[in-house]
Design a protein around this ligand. Sequence first.
Ligand code: 8YV
Length: 317
Amino acid sequence: MTQILLTAPTPLVEKRLEGRFTLHRLYQAPDKGAFLAEVGPSITGMVATQSGGLLGEDLLQHLPNLQIIASFGVGYDHLDIPAIAERRLIATNTPDVLTEEVADLTLGLLLATIRQIPAAERHLREGKWLKGGFPFSPSLRGRRVGILGLGDIGLAVARRLEGFAVEIDYHTRHKRDVPYTYHESPVSLAAAVDVLVVLTPGGDATRHLVGAEVLTELGPDGILINVARGSVVDTEALIEALQNGTILSAGLDVFEDEPRVPQALLDQPGLVLLPHIGSASVITREAMGQLVADNLVSWFETGKPLTPVVETRPFLR
Ligand code: 8YV
């Protein structure tokens, strides 16, 4: 049977692979070096997730017969793509199946942050309503929303925003044929809008794209929403901007060192902070698990990965 390595627990994938493949759970091995020395040469496929950490040469060197890395999630900044391409491997991700789910959550987080929904609910639960109403919140009315990164999820967010009667601007590497206002840089986008929604991929190319300059341009009414990767926002600059009133507030689903969240963010009750739940509904996570499994089955049965991000068409099979 084909031997598959699992770097982190992925029950939604594992239940679909059981019986069809032999699974080797690296994450359960007390001595990972000894485990890899024993099973490494037999491994031809593997499942990776963001929580499994950066996947590069450190691990790949133990897997001389690896053909495919099937990653759980649309973002693949945890994959060392040059190392994977160098070894002429295939890597797949899980696009499309989570697009609408993450877009829904983005709008939820945006509204929760602007209208201060979590704080209003705390007001009720803590019995404060009996003593007085919740203070008036900022509003989405009259705002201009900037989308940083107009990929599939960015477009799905923009489509939803059209129904909210706001102006939509965007910045992305290449101007797209869309009825929204394009900006040449994140800084000029931030200068034009007062809500900035971060939807870029993670990785080196976008690291700290949102820093002090962007936040200053976003301005004192500015709201930052990040559902992409924590690494895209310079956390220190964000904390400073929130503390100084350089921007008004933030809604964050992702963090640079997640699941650790800086105390300085936790200390600000007006922020809305979520534990990376963008795609985390039952139906969408099941669909992602299915696509990871389908990528492996398709590769080993037909020689065609379904959703490759790297396809170097390697080795003779
Ligand atoms: C998941 C995500 O939380 O798809 C992504 O890129 O960030 C999320 O859907 C993550 O991939 C789980 O490992």
